[in-house]
Write a protein that binds this ligand. Sequence first.
Ligand code: AMP
Ligand code: MG
Length: 280
Amino acid sequence: MKEEKYRVPDKGKISLKDYDPNDASLFDGNKSDGKEALLKLNKDIEFLQEKMYAEGKHRLLVILQAMDTGGKDGTIRAVFEGVNPQGVRVAAFKTPSPLELAHDYLWRVHAQAPGKGEIVIFNRSHYEDVLVVRVHNLVPEEVWSRRYRHINEFERLLVDEGTTILKFFLNVDLKEQAERFLARVEDPTKQWKFNPGDLDERERWSDYMKAYEDMLNKTSTEWAPWYVIPGNKKWYRNWLIASILRKALEDMKMEYPAPAPDMETYHKRLLEMTLSNKDK
Ligand code: AMP
Ligand code: MG
């Protein structure tokens, strides 16, 4: 699959500067063609998700990580447009509560993992525990540095037990972030999304990029790969993620559960009922 060029290899060392946030090279067409193509993908995803829910066998975990304004919320809205909310859930991870902090950092995460037939989207995730936590020295290095190993093992456990995991890093650049912050601040319906603290995080951009790079290199595994998604062009980001998602759903090779026995008999009876209704 062409999309594999955005997949971070499980062995190897990528450098984020080699990934262009403006890239839109896989799609053959312009922005409006891209939006059109997304509608078709939305329909396919809607159909596949329904089948997944009906079958009740597979689990799918989609992890979204990005800097502020990186497009996590917008991706969820656009990629899952039209899916039946039954069987799809979003889990957003914020600053941990005292109860969450009283436990190990994966405790709250494991509790949100998808059940059979379910798709769960993580808006932020356990990766914050090697990102914001690292950048702000919320725990000593010896503590966060061993978390990569925990995380790989934890995801391995989920995969061994039947979960498919897709991890997307939405890669926007500093210039794009400034424009999106500005748009947020100028729009009364978007101002709620802006925290003054967001600008302090922006000041630490290079520390974050280093933490993201390490995260990508240490936790892109054969069982739970990371994709670096070019994030500056929203339409391309949405189209690309929806394409990867559709492929993952197709690969599950789902089947509808077997129908009740004697379907023929029920069919006949129902035909008779509808026919006799017509006479009345
Ligand atoms: P938002 O996604 O904009 O609503 O913001 C959620 C905030 O929670 C972000 O500033 C994250 O960095 C923060 N956050 C999420 N997980 C953690 C964590 N494990 N430790 C500290 N802060 C976190
Ligand atoms: Mg925010």
